[in-house]
Design a protein around this ligand. Structure first.
Ligand SMILES: [Fe+2]
Ligand SMILES: [Fe+2]
Length: 334
């Protein structure tokens, strides 16, 4: 088997990574459970919490504001992150950005040459490596690499950050997959928003880092802010497009606030909804008890094309894609 690369050369490849027997079925089953839970009756507290999601006029507690500045400065240095966050950035520009950073270039080459891709010939050129690993996966690696630089005192530990990157990578893959179920939603933008959605957790004390589904009153009581709002501030520091920051801010809103009570336009709400649903599906995939996942408020359901959504989540290729995205994060940190 031969695979074309961006350099126009061909690399001899072995069989693509496959899943163990039953692994793909188990993934699709977990996604089905998560989807069913999203369509359950909403939580009793839902629909009354719109004050939690109004970003305008809200100031952050001083400690969190300092952490937001730290993350923004550490990770956004060199403008790499804002450029990679832009889905319109071309493959050639990404190759140049990666090639200019020795750590990133080394990581992308390591992954392209890992058993994940089953290539028989060794790849030594960054351009080929980016083409093999894929643009979306390279974005995920770059985000993780840049955000790893952010040193927030008392913030999440290295293992907790590793779990966060894996969760955000899976959410990104799922958001891109389900994007066609939302009219006018760009799949590349959905992927980037999924990749960033929990970035606010970097600014909260380690005690707040838990894989458990999130409830706004608990974070607000503990920190005076929830991770969606903190993430909104971080994205502002990265100088990202407003719709990405808004999706990060609102990604939990569809479980808590009726659509008419949200201060946002429909395009922003669609993006936040896709990311929020992808987040729930990723949590289900990670084995979270379905009873702890939060259903959507009824008012969002008219935005979803249900047959397209169901079809996207029943595709066996999705299981392979998710497995590869997770393994990639693991390899990059080994
Ligand atoms: Fe979240
Ligand atoms: Fe999440």
């Amino acid at each position: 088997m031969a695979r074309a690369t961006g350099a126009g050369r061909r690399v001899s490849a072995g069989p693509p990574r496959t899943l163990r027997t039953g692994e793909g079925e188990a993934v699709l089953e977990r996604l089905g459970l998560g989807l069913a839970r999203l369509y359950d009756e909403p939580d009793a507290a839902a629909g009354r919490e719109h004050r939690f999601f109004a970003a305008s006029g809200r100031s952050l507690p001083p400690g969190i504001a300092a952490a937001v500045r730290q993350v923004s400065q550490d990770a956004a240095s060199g403008s790499l992150l804002p450029r990679l966050s832009n889905p319109r950035t071309s493959l050639g520009a990404v190759v140049d950005l990666v090639a200019a950073n020795p750590v990133l270039a080394g990581n992308v080459l390591k992954i392209a040459n890992s058993p994940l891709y089953g290539l028989r010939a060794e790849i030594a050129a960054v351009e080929q490596a980016v083409a093999v690993v894929g643009l979306g996966n390279v974005r995920a690696l770059v985000f993780a690499e840049l955000l790893e630089r952010a040193e927030v005192p008392g913030g999440p530990t290295r293992p907790a950050r590793g779990a966060m990157w894996a969760h955000m990578a899976k959410t990104a893959v799922l958001a891109r997959r389900i994007a066609p179920a939302f009219a006018g939603l760009d799949a590349g933008v959905a992927y980037t928003a999924g990749l960033l959605h929990d970035v606010g957790k970097l600014t909260l004390p380690a005690a707040g880092q838990s894989a458990a589904p999130w409830r706004p009153p608990a974070e607000l009581a503990a920190y005076g802010v929830h991770h969606g709002l903190a993430g909104y501030a971080v994205c502002g520091g990265f100088d990202l497009p407003g719709n990405l920051s808004q999706a990060v801010c609102l990604h939990h809103a569809p479980s808590w606030v009726e659509i008419e009570d949200l201060e946002a336009g429909l395009a922003d709400i669609r993006l936040a909804l896709a990311v929020g649903m992808a987040d729930t599906l990723a949590l289900s995939l990670d084995g979270c008890d379905p009873g702890r996942l939060l259903p959507l408020c009824h008012s969002y359901r008219f935005l979803i094309n249900e047959p397209i959504l169901a079809e996207a989540l029943a595709d066996p290729a999705l299981a392979v894609e998710l497995s590869r995205a997770t393994a990639l994060v693991r390899v990059s940190r080994s």
